[in-house]
Design a protein around this ligand. Structure first.
Ligand code: SOE
Length: 397
């Protein structure tokens, strides 16, 4: 089938800040690199301010702009709704879109509470019965090296998994004068480092091992309790604008927890925005009876693999450059050794989502997966509020 004769998949997106920009580039580029069964059309972008959303639509490649997401959902030319707004709006938009028969891609974390995530997973279940698909945007699953890691675990190359060690380290709020942006307000973001970046390592660890966290013992800390009031739309790069009023930080700055995985492994997780000098470090190490894997997002085209079955005289961690055509996603891009970046994870996410829609299969991570991560977050919050008391993850056997 030529590209021109393929059906069009009309996409509408809500939100156009950091994640909206990342998703826009994916919707723009995926069909140019992957042989998609249908062609995404960037039909409309929704945001509250007419001037700003129109300018963003033009800059990011959307054909039109809406000032109300409800209008986006009502449009017949929109088949997919992509939600890139703060967590407090995810449930309302996603449920309305699914109930209206639109496929939904929703940024992580799925919601701000277990109750919201449960309602969203139920809506996704109802929609699936009518061929409507929902996926949550844990984009790091689509780093080729992490997808390869998952494959090696599935092939049994690690044997029985004993340890999972996961870290997500940033430092963008180390300065006590960094303003109180929405990510630091519980009513908008749900939680702090825990839900924003902790959610990523919870999902990545569970995805790579195929196991689930069943219980946790946790600590949460808010080092800076008050910060200068920010302008409403301020993002990660916000600056103080001379206003010296301060407001209360209502989320965690850092989360640290130990856990048990369903397969018997012991796990440790650390998510912080106070790791000075660490800008966006996602590290995952997994030790099994037959070998180990190590990944670091700062070297995202590499995976370290130790094969414990090799001759001990020559065994050792070796660095696999994950850019071969036989590696996940890599063949669609450049010749071996020509590396990929952060934005490609979103392109791969869109590819998988579009293929699932076209083939009528449920994409992963599903809203049920997003709900399960939310339950882990809730168990961590509960444990931390009870001096680190052991807390079972709801739904875990
Ligand atoms: C900000 O902390 C953030 O942009 C997260 O929200 C993203 O999900 C992560 O990929 C990078 O850091």
């Amino acid at each position: 089938m030529t590209h021109a004769s393929r059906p069009t998949l009309g996409v509408g997106m809500v939100g156009y800040a950091f994640m909206g920009r990342a998703h826009s580039q994916a919707w723009r580029n995926t069909a140019a690199f992957f042989d998609l069964p249908c062609t995404p059309a960037m039909v409309a972008l929704a945001g509250r301010s007419r001037d700003q959303v129109s300018a963003a639509a033009e800059r990011l490649g959307w054909a039109s702009a809406e000032t109300d997401w409800r209008e986006l959902i009502r449009r017949d030319d929109v088949h997919v709704v992509d939600i890139c707004t703060p967590g407090d709006t995810h449930a309302e938009i996603a449920i309305a879109a699914l109930d209206a028969g639109k496929h939904v891609l929703c940024e992580k974390p799925l919601a701000n509470t277990v109750a919201e995530a449960t309602a969203m997973a139920e809506a996704a279940g109802r929609a699936a019965a009518n061929g409507v698909r929902a996926m949550v945007g844990f984009n790091y699953r689509r780093v080729p090296a992490l997808a390869l890691a998952r494959g090696l675990v599935l092939d049994g190359r690690l044997g029985t998994i004993r340890h999972v060690r996961a870290q997500y380290l940033q430092d963008w709020i180390v300065d006590p004068d960094f303003p109180l942006v929405w990510r630091l307000e519980a009513d908008k973001a749900g939680s702090g480092a825990l839900g924003d970046i902790g959610a990523h390592i919870i999902d990545a660890a569970q995805y790579v091992t195929g196991d689930r966290l069943i219980g946790v013992s946790a600590l949460l800390e808010t080092f800076i309790k008050e910060r200068p009031i920010a302008q409403a739309s301020a993002g990660l790069d916000a600056t103080v604008d001379g206003d010296d009023r301060r407001g209360r930080v209502t989320v965690d700055d850092a989360a640290l927890f130990a856990g048990r995985m369903s397969g018997g492994a012991l796990a440790s997780f650390e998510a912080t925005r106070f790791a000075t000098g660490r800008k966006n470090v996602l590290r995952l190490e997994i030790n099994g009876s037959a070998g180990s894997l190590a990944f670091d997002l700062e070297s995202m085209n590499e995976l370290s693999f130790y094969d414990h079955t090799e001759d001990p005289r020559t065994a050792g961690f070796r660095r696999i450059l994950v850019t071969e055509p036989s590696h996940p996603y890599a063949g669609a891009w450049w010749p071996p050794g020509h590396v990929l970046g952060y934005e490609h994870t979103f392109t791969h996410e869109v590819k998988d989502f579009v293929e699932a829609i076209a083939s009528g299969t449920d994409p992963e991570p599903s809203f049920a997966d997003g709900l399960q991560v939310q339950r882990v977050i809730s168990a961590v919050t509960h444990s931390a509020a009870h001096h680190g008391a052991w807390t079972a993850v709801e739904g875990a056997e």
